[in-house]
Design a protein around this ligand. Structure first.
Ligand code: MEV
Length: 315
């Protein structure tokens, strides 16, 4: 059984999303995780994930391992006996292969994409395909194990593979893109765990509640206006909103010199606006561009130190 899940970018609203403000996220189909689950004559559940240098049997993984915990959760959700309880003499096992082109800890949803693809492939292989809602709920459980207090935006956009207007704990809202637009993604190459920056914003909020709440409210407005601009086929308005959102993320201390440098390089090369995307500190930034300028903005990002770029059309 095979399943794929693509990466994502957050257009507006990261961090504020954790505090129930709206955020916009869209899938990025050029990068994806592909999972295959096969019956195997050897016992045990063997995982092969070269991207994270993992070649191991489930029982040898530490507790709460990101991949091991997905497998255990799928078995328990389906009401099946825990696979860790299998004894010598049990018949056969499973081989699970995980291949990913999504950079890890880069704000592009790699962890949630592994969870979503693995949940779908494994549940289907075990003859119990799950609904999107079940997949999303399970993937969120895994996000909580690894990211502290996530909003759930990553697992939601990756499960449903559509542009989402996300508000934590509210029913899913997808939205339509009135006119396609082009985004250049630039990778600082610096891994940045979500848990750390989300924790730092939590501490900043405790120290300076009023100011940080005001920033979240401003970001919420940006996300709302951004959605309207996209739906009403005026994506060119997103550039200024991105610049504003980036300034608020700087004020939340989640940018970095490397991100600021790439954001500035994109603007200088003619992007209509740019911001960090995801949890920040490292990872990726995004720039809105007129399609004919996409290659030259991508080139300017590489010249400014980006480790890789992706040009993607949001439609
Ligand atoms: C991470 O992709 C986005 C954050 O807002 C965290 C979250 O919403 O869970 C930084």
């Amino acid at each position: 059984m095979k399943s794929s899940a693509s990466g994502k970018i957050i257009l507006f609203g990261e961090h504020a999303a954790v505090y129930s403000r709206p955020a916009l996220a869209v899938p990025v189909t050029q990068i994806h995780v592909d999972v295959e689950v096969l019956d195997s004559p050897r016992q045990g559940i063997w995982i092969d994930a070269p991207g994270i240098d993992l070649h191991a049997e489930l029982n040898s993984l530490p507790d709460n391992h990101p991949v091991g915990s997905v497998i255990l959760k799928v078995f328990s959700t389906l009401g099946l006996p825990s696979p860790t309880g299998r004894r010598a003499g049990d018949e056969g096992g499973l081989d699970i292969s995980i291949a990913s082109t999504i950079p890890v800890a880069a704000g592009l949803g790699s962890g949630a994409a592994v969870s979503v693809a693995l949940i779908r492939a494994l549940a289907s292989h075990l003859s119990n395909p799950l609904s999107d809602e079940q997949v999303n709920n399970l993937a969120f459980e895994i996000e909580k194990l690894h990211h502290g207090t996530p909003s759930g935006i990553d697992n939601t956009v990756i499960t449903y593979q559509k542009p989402v207007y996300f508000i934590k704990d509210k029913p899913l809202e997808t939205f339509k893109v009135g006119k396609p637009f082009t985004i250049v993604i630039g990778d600082t190459g610096i891994p940045a765990p979500t848990k750390e920056s989300v924790g730092d914003v939590r501490r900043l909020r405790m120290r300076d509640l009023c100011n940080v709440e005001n920033i979240f409210n401003e970001i919420a407005q940006i996300a709302l206006i951004g959605r309207r601009s996209i739906e009403s086929a005026k994506p060119e308005q997103l550039g200024e909103l991105m610049d504003q959102n980036h300034a608020y993320l700087q004020a939340l201390t989640v940018s970095s010199p490397e991100l600021d440098n790439l954001v500035e390089a994109a603007r200088k090369a003619g992007a209509l606006g740019a911001k960090l995307s995801g949890s920040g500190r490292g990872g990726n930034m995004i720039a809105l561009v007129d399609q004919p300028k996409a290659e030259s903005v991508a080139g300017a990002l590489i010249a400014a130190g980006a480790k890789r770029t992706i040009i993607t059309e949001i439609s």
